[in-house]
Design a protein around this ligand. Structure first.
Ligand code: SAH
Ligand code: SF4
Ligand code: F3S
Length: 500
């Protein structure tokens, strides 16, 4: 069966999953107001892979693992956790596949383009293995693994192991099975609780800003989306587990934590006080951990955004003024067909409450154009939504048909040329807003958490409270510190400033 025929299902035996990835900070050229080229920005670039940074220098008796991450922040987090699981059995993470004993592709299934990239990469890996490293082992993890399962090994026989997002704690056992050439090397179970219980309590921090998964999975079943099938049902992690992980990160110098989940604002768990806690309570609790100066959370769903969380935006000083709240479309007819479970009016009211609580909030959203049945009038409603709400950053996509989702079989699929034209118009508007938002920061002094070097010698890169990439000149010893930077110029996706 080809992957296109595959029906997405929550039955973990018959389906598989997908993952997306990552945050790679664009520490490329500083963008000047004149020279910047619009491109999907800041934290979520689903199509470009990230490479897990080496943390241990391979020694004589160690093996090496190369992990390439596609998709969303959840995958970035999972890749770090796979490295944590592999370290005790002697695997050091390396940043090139060349001599790696084990290559893991942590994949994303969200759009067709994202999933197809994995197969091109597997072709390159096969050639490399045959020519240079015949004993190399290859694993496919993440949401393509969950969505396509055994089909991956049929289509790409170079693959030794296929493991879905809830099975990473089983990696050592799977590697042993592959080495002995015995047993099943396909793991696509959905035991999210077991995964988090079995992962090592400590983390090896990589920098000064870290993701921490607090919630995983999705029960919303938007008709365009594979995530409920690839990540399973909504599950929240216990408070103590999250606190232990946050402490471990803080003890290694992490200053900023982003609490992540597919629907992070659906977080709910028993608090230490015996009451049920939502995300607002969790944020206020984690904020008490010494050394953690900044908190963020993503991604929120309009249906789960409650008053407690909105209040926390105004009362918790460590919580940064940034909210990613996708709407997808401005037309109620399309929102209904997408099974979003909310109207445009509900979203607009939420934004009004959020802005009342935190007037300087930088608002970000996701948009899909060309969902089946979307008319010109529906699309104009999305344009009006953007004009009315006003976004500081955004992610916008052409609808991509995903096999097994209800959207795939809807009538009135929108022609590609129409999708392209709509996306262009939408992005012109969104990028104009982004540039205007960034330009409004010129002359202001912002606290920037310095994450590392920019590409240019002597330049540093960090993030403003609004998550904007910020470039400025400064000495290396500022890396890891939060410093005041006065903004001097702005582009669509980043700021340039001078150290105060
Ligand atoms: N849980 C989050 C985001 C999940 S996926 C939410 O509900 O908002 C990230 C984004 O990918 C989505 O917000 C959506 O804009 C986009 N996306 C998901 N499926 C897609 C598809 N089939 N085609 C195009 N974009 C899609
Ligand atoms: Fe996908 Fe909708 Fe769930 Fe977000 S809420 S992950 S878009 S199904
Ligand atoms: Fe992609 Fe899976 Fe994330 S489909 S976006 S990696 S949840």
């Amino acid at each position: 069966m080809s992957p296109r025929d595959k029906t997405a299902s929550r039955d973990s035996r018959s389906s598989t999953k997908t993952a997306r990835k990552s945050t790679v900070l664009d520490i490329g050229r500083p963008v000047t107001a004149a020279a910047s080229k619009p491109r999907p920005a800041t934290h979520l670039n689903v199509e470009a892979p990230t490479i897990a940074k080496p943390r241990i220098t391979p020694g004589k008796n160690t093996k090496s693992v190369f992990i390439k991450t596609y998709g969303c922040q959840m995958n970035v987090y999972d890749s770090e956790r796979m490295a944590d699981v592999l370290a005790p059995i002697g695997y050091a993470a390396v940043d090139k596949p060349d001599d790696a004993d084990l290559v893991i592709l942590n994949t994303c299934h969200i759009r067709e383009k994202a999933a197809e990239k994995v197969y091109s990469e597997l072709g390159r890996i096969r050639q490399h293995k045959e020519r240079n490293k015949p004993d190399m082992k290859v694993a496919v993890a993440g949401c393509v693994a969950q969505a396509e399962g055994a089909e991956i090994k049929r289509r790409a026989p170079v693959v030794d192991m296929v493991l879905g997002p809830q099975t990473y704690h089983k990696l050592p056992e799977m590697i042993a099975r592959v080495s002995r050439e015995t047993g099943d090397v396909l793991e696509t179970e959905f035991d999210t609780i077991e995964k988090f219980d079995a992962l090592p309590a400590g983390r090896q921090a990589k920098g000064y800003s870290a993701f921490l998964t607090v919630q995983e999975g999705c029960d919303k079943f938007c008709t365009f989306c594979v995530v409920p099938y690839t990540r399973g049902a909504e599950v929240s992690r216990p408070v103590e587990q999250i606190v232990a992980e946050a402490r471990s990160l803080a003890s290694q110098g992490v200053r900023e934590i982003t609490l992540i989940g597919q629907n992070v604002d659906a977080y709910h768990a028993d608090g230490p006080d015996g009451a049920e806690w939502g995300l607002g309570e969790l944020i206020r609790h984690v904020a008490k951990i010494g050394g953690i100066d900044r908190l963020r959370f993503t991604t929120s769903h309009p249906r789960d955004m409650d008053d407690g969380l909105i209040e926390t935006l105004s009362t918790e000083p460590k919580l940064m003024p940034y909210l990613h709240l996708p709407i997808q479309a401005g037309s109620d007819r399309v929102l209904h067909a997408m099974n979003r479970g909310h109207s445009y009016a509900h979203y607009r009211d939420l934004i009004a409450k959020v802005r009342a609580a935190r007037p300087d909030i930088a608002l970000s959203g996701d948009f899909i154009v060309g969902f089946p049945g979307e008319t010109d009038e529906d699309f104009e409603a999305t344009m009006n939504c953007v004009r009315e709400i006003g976004y500081a950053s955004s992610f916008s996509f052409k609808y991509s048909t995903r096999p097994g989702t209800p959207g795939a079989t809807l009538p009135h699929q929108v022609p590609e040329a129409v999708k392209s034209e709509r996306l262009k118009r939408l992005q012109d508007l969104l990028y104009t807003q982004q540039r205007e938002w960034n330009e409004s920061l010129i002359g202001k002094t912002l606290d920037v958490l310095v994450e590392g070097h920019a590409k240019e010698p002597g330049r540093l890169f960090g993030r403003s409270p609004y998550l904007t990439g910020t470039h400025f000149d400064g000495p290396d010893d500022l890396i890891g510190q939060i410093v005041p930077v006065t903004i001097t110029s702005a582009g669509v996706n980043s700021l340039v400033g001078a150290l105060v």
